[in-house]
Design a protein. Structure first.
Length: 231
């Protein structure tokens, strides 16, 4: 899947009711940072996985795709709490992109890629076998695959819930800065842009669990440490 073209994101000032670039303040280029995050993630997955990756425009689309996974169809009661955790994370993530829009006219494809990649890592955690998913089947050979993958999916969603709890409440930031975008400091702008990379660090960590033969035993520690080190 080809990623969006990197676009420049300047800092902005509030000028006569319009959000205008402020050339006096330097911030990292959003397209460059987002592209680096995407490329690092793509390097951690196979070409087959990249081909399977498609963007999602909303978190509801992600949830709908998850519900249609056959490997989870017989465990709906266990999956419903997981979907609530994913939705909470996705809702906060969607608001994060709304905050970016206040000071950075970012390409919506970056948001679609973030949600599409979220679905991919959830699909990896919930599907007994997909072409190109490397060691996933081999790691779990000899176990009750359907039950084991529901357990793994639950662990993955628990980690997503922890990550969501550590992230700022972006709705509060949006409510604060929507009417006063000039109040966003350069440091906050830079921090906001780098969050995208931290999110993809998490996705990459999930992918690497399956590129190593460590299986679910090292999953929680490996992913949690990888993501939390970015904050």
């Amino acid at each position: 899947m080809a990623g969006p073209n990197p676009g420049h994101c300047a800092t902005c000032r509030h000028d006569g009711g319009a959000i205008m670039p402020d050339p006096t303040v330097a911030t990292p280029n959003a397209g460059t940072l987002f592209g680096q995050a995407r490329d690092s993630f793509f390097m951690s997955i196979s070409s087959a996985e990249r081909q399977n990756l498609s963007g999602c425009s909303t978190i509801d689309e992600v949830l709908s795709r998850i519900e249609n996974l056959s490997s989870l169809s017989k465990a709906k009661k266990r999956i419903l709490p997981c979907l609530e955790k994913v939705k909470s994370f996705g809702d906060n993530l969607s608001t994060y992109f709304k905050v970016l829009e206040i000071f950075c006219a970012s390409n919506p494809e970056w948001a679609n890629l973030a949600l599409g990649s979220l679905f991919l890592v959830l699909q990896v955690g919930a599907t007994p076998y997909l072409p190109g998913l490397r060691n996933q089947y081999r790691i779990l050979t000899g176990r009750k695959l359907s039950s084991n993958f529901v357990n793994f999916f639950e662990r993955l969603c628990d980690t997503i819930e922890e990550i969501s709890a550590r992230m700022p409440r972006y709705q509060e930031l949006y409510d604060t800065f929507a009417s006063s975008p000039g109040a966003i400091s350069p440091a906050l702008r830079t921090s906001m842009l780098r969050v995208y990379g931290h999110i993809f660090d998490f996705y990459t960590a999930v992918a690497r669990v399956f590129s190593k033969q460590c299986g679910s035993t090292c999953f929680r520690t490996y992913i949690t440490v990888t993501f939390h080190s970015g904050f």
